[in-house]
Ligand binder design. Structure first.
Ligand SMILES: [Zn+2]
Length: 206
């Protein structure tokens, strides 16, 4: 299970400072009273940014691992939230996804690139839409786009800021901003996560 590691570092700083060494999880999320054998379980490496490790813990009684994902990194996607934000922001400002891909110098002839981009855009816009409903006093007036949220918050990097602001709701928000796993094709969400799921956000803004 992915948990939030509150951390204001960029992806580059997280790697150069080996900040996963500072991540700490003092109690088992399943058994806060202890006695389950909960212990640090090393760390695992992520492909991107190169040199990234994620601190991990294990509960033997619950047969569950817990990893602490820093606010700068995308959940269940390689890379940083800043990289996701650059792609989604480019699409918001472009006339079409295809135009954004050429701006981003992504080779749209390659199979899967448009899908790759659309998946990020849909997931982020679904998250923004859900946050409008969860935090109406803050985002109720915003269109569910990064530009509008950036203006409302007065920040440049919206997604890492939203990890912080939306911390109580991350299990209800889809990856890569939130920690809600994508449903297996046509199926129900992973059983392990059902207990903590909130209401389903719209799957598409189309
Ligand atoms: Zn435990």
């Amino acid at each position: 299970m992915q948990l939030r590691f509150e951390c204001s570092l960029t992806g580059e700083e997280y790697v150069s400072q080996q900040a996963w060494r500072n991540a700490s999880l003092t109690r088992c999320p399943l058994h806060p009273n202890g006695g389950c054998g909960f212990a640090r379980h090393g760390s695992y490496e992520r492909r991107s940014p190169p040199g990234t490790f994620i601190a991990r813990w294990y509960c033997p009684r619950g047969h569950r691992t817990f990893s602490l994902l820093p606010d700068c990194l995308a959940a269940r996607l390689p890379g940083t939230l800043a990289e996701v934000e650059a792609v989604v922001g480019a699409v918001e400002q472009a006339e079409s996804v295809e135009a954004a891909c050429s701006e981003l110098r992504l080779e749209i002839e390659l199979p899967g690139v448009l899908r790759w981009v659309r998946r990020r855009v849909q997931a982020i816009h679904a998250s923004l839409n859900t946050l409008k409903g969860l935090l109406p006093e803050l985002f109720g007036e915003c269109v569910p786009r990064l530009g509008a949220f950036a203006e409302r918050l007065g920040v440049i990097a919206v997604l890492p800021a939203l990890r912080h602001i939306a911390a109580p709701y991350l299990r209800s928000l889809p990856v890569p901003l939130g920690f809600r796993p994508r449903c297996p094709r046509g199926g129900k969400p992973d059983r392990a996560f059902q207990h903590s799921l909130g209401p389903d956000p719209p799957t598409s803004l189309a």
